[in-house]
Design a protein around this ligand. Structure first.
Ligand code: CP
Ligand code: NVA
Length: 313
């Protein structure tokens, strides 16, 4: 069943069908069950993976190390400042060499075209660990977490409040793909990437769901099953606008009053890192509706699934 994934890059939800994402969700659930039961699942013994992170990370980087180890593989952190790319060696040269050593490459970087260029020059899979456009390992995690907590997707309403960027884009596509209404609540002038909006709307037309970008936070929260937060100032690219962004986004803070506008059984999700007192409050992240610790754990199970599915035999 999984042969169609072999050697395939995992750069964004936009590149996958609903059926394919569903297979990755099911594979994640199977690998999680094995981990919980203590069943061995070292499917990638003696394999090795490279990792390049041009931005900070706690979850993405360390869940990958843990996942690779549990699969019997090794992961090697390639510091960007120690690679010859930092002295001007072209990506296309670096990519072809790395491809000869490793069974795959995991990259967190700035523009999406950078992961695309690595992917173009590598036969082994390239996995996007976050670009400006998408955060697909987070996107898969979010789907798995919603399925675990809510049982199914169809008919659910997701309210997202945070920077309209990578995490939001993958969540928009994932929600629309699986029939969930997605409301992105953000101040005027903070809009999703038009291509992402187009892809999400295409999925919504098939699944019968809605993709709404609105300044009306109350309308987005009303009857929401999932309230999803994220930082207002993403790493590296808009941090210089931090003060302005805090002012603009403050009305969209996920606090107790906001959670009360959603369904009583709504869950609170957040990709983390979160900023207490900005994008959410202590009360919400520490409260009984918070699913963030299970969501964070799921990062490890989902990246295992991506590795098992895409690594060339
Ligand atoms: N959610 C997430 O990607 O976290 P890190 O930045 O810590 O990897
Ligand atoms: N939008 C955030 C996500 C962090 C996981 C960022 O890019 O910094």
């Amino acid at each position: 069943m999984r042969d169609k994934f072999r050697g395939r890059d995992y750069l964004g939800l936009k590149d996958f069908t609903k059926e394919e994402m569903n297979e990755l969700i099911e594979l994640t659930q199977d690998l999680k069950r094995k981990w919980v039961m203590g069943e061995p699942h070292a499917y990638l013994r003696d394999r090795s993976f490279g990792m390049i992170f041009e931005k900070k990370s706690t979850r993405t980087r360390n869940s990958f190390h843990a996942a690779a180890t549990a699969l019997g593989a090794q992961s090697f952190y390639l510091r960007p400042d120690e690679l010859q790319t930092s002295r001007g060696e072209p990506i296309k040269d670096t990519a072809r060499i790395i491809d000869r050593y490793f069974d795959g490459l995991y990259i967190r970087t700035f523009g999406h075209e950078i992961v695309e260029e690595f992917a173009q020059y590598m036969k082994n899979p390239v996995i996007n660990a976050l670009t400006a456009l998408e955060h697909p390992c987070q996107g898969l995690t979010d789907l798995v977490t919603i399925k675990e907590k809510k049982g199914d997707f169809k008919g659910l309403k997701v309210c997202y409040a945070g920077d309209v960027y990578n995490v939001c884009h993958s969540l928009m596509i994932g929600s629309a793909m699986f029939g969930m209404d997605i409301y992105v609540a953000a101040p005027k002038g903070y809009d999703p990437d038009p291509e992402i909006l187009r892809v999400a709307n295409e999925h919504a037309a098939v699944s019968g769901s809605k993709v709404i970008v609105t300044q009306d936070f109350d309308a987005a929260l009303k009857d929401a099953d999932v309230v999803y937060g994220n930082t207002w100032h993403s790493m590296g690219e808009n941090e210089e606008q931090k003060e302005q962004r805090i002012k603009d986004f403050m009305p969209y803070q996920i606090n107790k009053q906001a959670m009360e506008k959603a369904r009583k059984d709504a869950i609170f999700m957040h990709c983390l890192p979160g900023y207490r007192g900005e994008d959410m409050t202590d009360e919400v992240i520490e409260g009984s509706q918070s699913a963030v610790w299970d969501q964070g754990e799921n990062r490890m199970h989902t990246v295992k699934a991506v590795l098992v599915a895409t690594t060339i035999k």
